[in-house]
Structures are given as structure tokens and as C-alpha cells.
Ligand binder design. Structure first.
Ligand SMILES: Nc1nc2c(c(=O)[nH]1)N[C@H]1C(S)=C(S)[C@@H](COP(=O)(O)OP(=O)(O)OC[C@H]3O[C@@H](n4cnc5c(=O)[nH]c(N)nc54)[C@H](O)[C@@H]3O)O[C@H]1N2
Ligand SMILES: Nc1nc2c(c(=O)[nH]1)N[C@H]1C(S)=C(S)[C@@H](COP(=O)(O)OP(=O)(O)OC[C@H]3O[C@@H](n4cnc5c(=O)[nH]c(N)nc54)[C@H](O)[C@@H]3O)O[C@H]1N2
Ligand SMILES: [Mo]
Length: 625
């Protein structure tokens, strides 16, 4: 029977905006519209609206598939779960539970995904990742400086800031629902500025922008700190800092010319920025994920954080540093899985560490992740998947990763699920989902898939019931105020105004990074049309990825605008690209959009402090295509 009532739900994407949606199914197709009960959901973007066509797309997986003689063939759920359970049982009996590995990532940020490791808790342990592909390095630097990753409420910016400085954050493409807040800052006579390595829709929107070298932000921030210490930082900053003398000594001892060279910013531009910061105080510093994808990603944010403190981050609302926060902060703690033994491998380097592991990884399950596309060094990931005796991928489409696995299990999308919750790493609302259409084909909710496996293993575990418990706990939460259909507000404290912690400011600087003669640093960026690796149904994705490069660097490789070329990684990997000359870039680096097949064959599997993935520590050469 078709239920024509509009249901409420939330976009599952790993996007700060975490939009509330209303949806309807007429028996054939889904329509989605913004649920404005969440005040930041002023519209739905193109990539969010595409969930409507995804729901009924012919690309959806509809049955389990098992690899037989090299090919994936449809099998029943009973057979799929039997095979999986047998592999799990034999791995655990021969090598113990650490021989089971589970990987999840950013496919869907719904609360229920956190329940899946209950299976491994019941088995006594598992192997999983340490850090994430997204924010680990920056979050680590911020937590070291501020004791936690500071929460900056959107209202602090929209109601109090007079300036917003984007340290690379490409908000117009990756965080579009913040734009009305920026307009409010402008409406008060404030300005928006951006520090970038290239021209973007955000630099074009901004009132001014300055170019920095990739990875050079820390040096610019340190130069500004030194100037402020000489010319007068905000009153009272010392009272909020644990180590003011040591920090001041460090900042004052740095060679200004070296800092500006590292930042790639002239003294005039840096002084202009300093004047701007004073003129538009209080300024909210808005840091990018892109700016911390370096081996010193933590240091980038330690120094930006120090600058924010000297400019009065603690002395009133609107002067803090905004980055990210835990979108799962309200998940009922008591229902989190508690696993006795966990072996953690760095998210970006596990494929190259597999060989030496004892116990070995015998069975890998992957949910909400596409490491063959999205992890650095994707050729190493593919090889690792081929070496692990048994691999399972749960997805709703046949991803690059699913294509490599032994068993592929079809799951529902959030549109077919009910009573799940979605938070945001930007705003302080959570949304409860309702089912909009019946499950496609034989697809099952992930909690049900894991419950079936548990049952086959003889474990008394019901994740579907646990999901209901999470739902009941959320509905009863005293922290939540219902503000509209399916939308709940949390009066989340703003770190800069509410915390009494003292900051530990940086007392060292990153080692000088060497360039590589004859090679270009590869920086990969997110784009408007799709999120992460989910580009399969995005319109206007070019046949060949566009590689932006300074015209003189293109000429160095004997290439020009429009040429087809082959980009080669330092160690391995090759990708056909089309050259886009872009004079807004500096020399020595190039830019590719992330999220299409093969881009990460060019990136290096490395781990930064905090176990982030320093994608931008990758170097390529170009040849004629
Ligand atoms: N070169 C380069 N690589 C990057 C980046 C970069 O800037 N440059 N950015 C990195 C960043 S910031 C991130 S966050 C990562 C993201 O990396 P991933 O999390 O791997 O990326 P996605 O492509 O969003 O999602 C993975 C898969 O989840 C599936 N999925 C969606 N919903 C569900 C669900 O409910 N259940 C299940 N089981 N599957 C689901 C999708 O179909 C998709 O195949 O990529 C990183 N990779
Ligand atoms: N449409 C869309 N929205 C998204 C996503 C998506 O894929 N598409 N992904 C979501 C996810 S998972 C994430 S993590 C966020 C990412 O959100 P952002 O951080 O805004 O996106 P990025 O493209 O990773 O990086 C932003 C900018 O940083 C610049 N940059 C690179 N290195 C440096 C540097 O060293 N210094 C400075 N100042 N700038 C630098 C790049 O040129 C790029 O324009 O967006 C989320 N929202
Ligand atoms: Mo991310």
C-alpha cells in the first residue's frame, strides 16, 4: 500500500550541513524537499536531491552476490550468511577474533552505523582502523591545543562575528548552507575573506582573498602571532593559556623571512591580512579539511588556533576557530559497543602493513566505505583486498570496493529505513528518520544483516532491537527540544564561551618540507556536484579528470590547456587527465578533483600525527597522453 503522507528524514551524507528533508513516494518515484523546521535547511542541493532517483535506480544492488570462479553471481540471503558465518567461525577458531577486520567510513552518518561492532564485541574482539580519512590530523592538533575539538555554534558566527576568515574552507562548494550566515555577517558591515591555494567559488564570493602555499598556513599564522605579540595581542590571552611564556619565546624566535617564504605570502599581503583581522574583529577562523591533509596537518591547526587565541578567541563570541565536531555526540553512550580486544591499524597505511600482522587478517567486512576509491594508494588497497582470504562489502551500489570483494551484500538506503537519527558536525540539530519507500529488491538494513550473521553464529544479539532502544533513548533525551516535524534542537555549549579550559599553544614548528625537483605536489579537492566517491550518478563529471596547473608548470612538461596527459605517481599509479591551465595557482603544485576512479592511485599511503591521511604529500609527473 502506498502511503502518500510526507515523511521526515535527513540527508545521510558526510556533509556539515546535514539537511532535514521531507519525502514522498507515489508508488513509482520519490520526491524530496527541504524540511525548513531545521532552520539551516533553506534548500536542498543537487547531490542531496539525487537521493530521490537513487532510491529507485537500476544501479541499486538487489540481491547478495558471491564470487564464484572469479565472477560475482546472485545467491540467496541464506547462502550468503552461511558462507560469511563459516568464514568468520573458521578465522576465529584458527587465529582468534583479531583476525576479523571491519572497516567503516563516511558513506552514511546515521547513528545506527555505530551499532554494527556489537557483533565483534560478542566475538571478543576485532581489527579496525585508527583515525579517519577526513579530519584526524586537524582534530588531533586542535585537541592537543584546546583539550578537545572546539565546538563553535553557527549562531556565534552569524550573530557576533564581523569577519569570517576561511583557511582554505571551500564553503560555497562543500558547505553551501552556511552562506546565509555569511550574508548576515556582511549585513552588519562585516567581511568574508579566504586564504587559498587557488581561486574557487569561495574566493570569488569572498570580499578578498590571499594565496598561500599548500601546507603554508601554519607559517603565516606564526608570522601573524609574532607581529601581534609585538604590537599588542588581545587583552587577557595569557590567562587562558597554560604556557604563555614558552609560546611567546617560540613565536618571537622564528625567522620572519623564513615564515613568509614558507607561507608563500609577501610581507605586504601578510600585513594587509593583519590589518583586516584587526579591522573586522571579532573574526571567526574557519579551517578546511583540505588544509590539514599534510604530514604536519596538526601543526597547521595548532598555529591557526594560537592566532585565534591572540586575537581574542576566549574574550567574547564570534572570535573562535570553527572546524568540525562529533556529529554522534548525542548517541546514547550506554548503547555503544564495548569490545574487549581491538587492534587498530592506521586508516591510510593498513594495506601496506597487512603482511607483517600476527594474527593475520582472515576476513574483512566493509560497510559505508569505498577504500578502493577513497583511500590514498588505492592500488595497495586493491592488492590488500585480493590477498585477504575473505572480503565482504555492504553497499547499495556496486562500488569500486564491492567489485573486489568475495561477497557483496545489498543494503537499504536511509529512505527505506525508520527511527534512525542523524546529527551534524556543524549545527546543533538532530533529525529522526521515517521510512519513505519499501526496501528495494532483497536489500536489508545493516542492523538486520549483522543480526542474521550473529544468529547464524549462535550469538544472542539483536541489533535491530538495539536500534529501537537508541530511538527510544533519543526521544526521551532531556537534552533535546522538539522544534518541528522530526527535528530536534540541542542547546550545545559553544567551546569558546562555555569552556574553562586553558589552551596549550605550540612551542615547535614543522620541519621544512622539501620540494621535489621535476615533480608537482598533487592536491585533491572536493567538489560541488557529488560527495566523496559517490560520483556515479553526478551530472557533468568530465570523461577525463581535469588537472589544474600553473601555465608555466604545464609548459615545463611541454603541455598546454586542453591537452590530454598522463599523470604518474612517484612510486606507482597512472591516470589520464586533461590539462587546465590556471594562473591562480602558485608554482610547483597541481589540483585534481577527488572522488572519481583512479585519482587515489596517485596518492601516497602515509599516516600523519593523529592518524590522518596526508593526501597532499603526493608528487606526480606529467607526460603527453
Ligand atoms: N584523494 C582524495 N581522497 C579522499 C579525499 C580527498 O580530499 N582527496 N577526501 C577524504 C575524505 S574527507 C573522506 S570523508 C573520505 C570518504 O571516503 P568514503 O567514506 O569511502 O566515501 P563515500 O564515497 O562517501 O562512501 C563510501 C560508500 O558508502 C556507500 N554508502 C552510502 N550509504 C550507505 C549505507 O547506509 N550503508 C552502507 N553499507 N554503505 C553506504 C556509498 O555508496 C559508497 O560506496 O574520502 C577521502 N578520500
Ligand atoms: N559538495 C560536496 N560537499 C562536501 C563534500 C564533497 O565531496 N562534495 N565532502 C564533505 C566532506 S567528507 C568534507 S571532509 C568536507 C571538505 O570540505 P573542505 O575542506 O571545504 O574541502 P576540500 O576541497 O577538502 O578543501 C578545501 C580547500 O582547501 C584548499 N587547500 C588545500 N590545501 C590547502 C592549504 O594547505 N591551505 C589552504 N589555505 N587551503 C588549502 C583547496 O584548494 C580546497 O579548495 O566537505 C564536505 N562537503
Ligand atoms: Mo571528509
Amino acid at each position: 500500500m502506498t502511503d502518500m503522507r510526507r515523511k521526515t528524514t535527513a540527508c545521510p551524507y558526510d556533509c556539515p550541513d546535514a539537511c532535514a528533508m521531507k519525502g514522498m513516494f507515489d508508488g513509482a518515484s520519490v520526491t524530496l524537499e527541504p524540511n525548513r523546521d531545521l532552520p539551516y535547511t533553506t534548500f536542498l542541493c543537487g547531490k542531496g536531491l539525487r537521493w530521490a532517483s537513487r532510491a529507485t535506480s537500476s544501479e541499486r544492488l538487489t540481491t547478495p552476490m558471491l564470487r564464484r570462479e572469479g565472477a560475482l553471481v546472485p545467491v540467496s540471503w541464506d547462502e550468503a550468511v552461511d558462507v560469511w558465518a563459516e568464514k568468520v567461525r573458521s578465522a576465529v577458531s584458527r587465529h582468534g577474533p583479531l583476525s576479523l577486520m571491519h572497516l567503516s567510513s563516511a558513506g552514511s552518518l546515521y547513528f545506527s552505523k555505530l551499532l554494527l561492532p556489537h557483533l565483534f564485541a560478542a566475538l571478543g574482539g576485532y581489527t579496525t582502523k585508527k583515525g579517519n580519512l577526513c579530519s584526524s590530523a586537524g582534530s588531533f592538533g586542535l585537541a592537543e591545543s584546546f583539550g578537545e575539538v572546539p565546538v563553535t555554534r553557527p549562531e556565534s558566527l552569524s550573530d557576533h562575528a564581523r569577519g569570517v576568515l576561511f583557511w582554505g574552507r571551500n564553503a560555497l562548494e562543500t558547505h553551501a548552507h552556511v552562506v546565509p550566515l555569511l550574508q548576515r555577517v556582511r549585513g552588519r558591515g562585516g567581511e568574508i575573506a579566504s586564504l587559498e591555494i587557488r581561486e574557487t567559488p569561495t574566493t570569488r564570493f569572498a570580499d578578498r582573498w590571499w594565496r598561500v602555499n599548500p601546507g603554508g598556513d601554519w607559517a603565516l599564522a606564526a608570522w601573524l602571532c609574532a607581529r601581534l605579540l609585538e604590537e599588542g595581542a588581545s587583552d587577557g590571552w595569557r590567562e587562558r593559556v597554560e604556557n604563555p611564556e614558552e609560546f611567546e619565546r617560540t613565536a618571537r624566535s622564528l625567522d620572519g623571512a623564513f615564515l613568509l617564504r614558507t607561507a608563500g605570502v609577501s610581507a605586504e599581503c601578510a600585513s594587509e591580512l593583519l590589518e583586516w583581522l584587526m579591522r573586522f574583529a571579532p573574526v571567526t577562523h574557519y579551517a578546511a579539511f583540505g588544509a590539514q591533509r599534510y604530514l604536519h596537518g596538526d601543526a597547521q591547526f595548532r598555529w591557526i588556533g594560537a592566532l585565534a587565541v591572540l586575537l581574542g578567541a576566549f574574550s567574547g563570541p564570534g572570535a573562535g576557530l570553527a572546524f568540525s565536531k562529533d556529529e554522534m555526540a548525542l548517541f546514547p553512550f550506554a548503547l555503544l559497543p564495548k569490545v574487549a580486544y581491538v587492534r587498530r591499524l592506521p586508516v591510510a597505511t593498513w594495506p601496506v602493513e597487512l603482511e607483517s600482522l600476527d594474527p593475520p587478517v582472515e576476513a574483512l567486512s566493509i560497510s559505508g566505505a569505498n577504500p578502493v576509491r577513497q583511500s590514498p594508494g588505492s592500488d595497495f588497497v586493491r592488492e590488500a583486498l585480493r590477498k585477504i582470504p575473505f572480503t565482504v562489502c555492504i553497499d547499495f551500489v556496486l562500488s569500486d570496493t564491492a567489485k573486489e570483494c568475495d561477497l557483496v551484500l545489498p543494503t537499504t538506503t536511509f529512505l527505506e529505513e525508520e527511527g534512525d537519527w542523524k546529527g551534524s558536525y556543524w549545527h546543533n540539530y538532530v533529525v529522526r528518520s521515517e521510512r519513505i519507500l519499501p526496501p528495494r529488491g532483497e536489500s536489508l538494513e545493516e542492523t538486520e544483516i549483522f543480526t542474521r550473521l550473529a544468529r547464524r553464529l549462535g550469538l544472542p544479539l539483536d541489533l535491530t532491537e538495539m536500534k529501537r532502544e537508541v530511538d527510544r533513548a533519543m526521544l526521551a533525551s532531556p537534552l533535546l527540544e522538539r522544534v518541528g516535524e522530526g527535528v530536534f534542537r540541542w542547546d550545545e555549549p559553544d567551546y569558546w564561551c562555555a569552556s574553562q579550559r586553558k589552551a596549550a599553544l605550540p612551542v615547535s614548528v614543522p620541519e621544512a618540507a622539501e620540494g621535489r625537483e621535476g615533480a608537482l605536489r598533487l592536491v585533491t579537492v572536493h567538489r560541488k556536484e557529488y560527495i566523496n566517491g559517490q560520483s556515479w550518478d553526478a551530472p557533468s563529471v568530465e570523461a577525463l579528470p581535469p588537472l589544474s596547473v600553473h601555465p608555466l608548470d604545464a609548459a615545463f612538461f611541454d603541455l598546454k590547456e586542453g591537452d590530454e596527459a598522463v599523470a604518474r605517481g612517484r612510486r606507482r599509479g597512472a591516470l589520464r587527465v586533461v590539462v587546465r591551465e590556471d594562473a591562480s595557482l602558485g608554482r610547483g603544485y597541481c589540483v585534481l578533483p577527488q572522488g572519481t576512479e583512479g585519482v587515489n592511485s596517485l596518492t601516497e599511503p602515509l599516516a600523519s600525527p593523529g592518524f590522518g591521511a596526508p593526501f597532499a604529500e603526493s608528487w606526480i609527473t606529467l607526460g603527453k597522453g
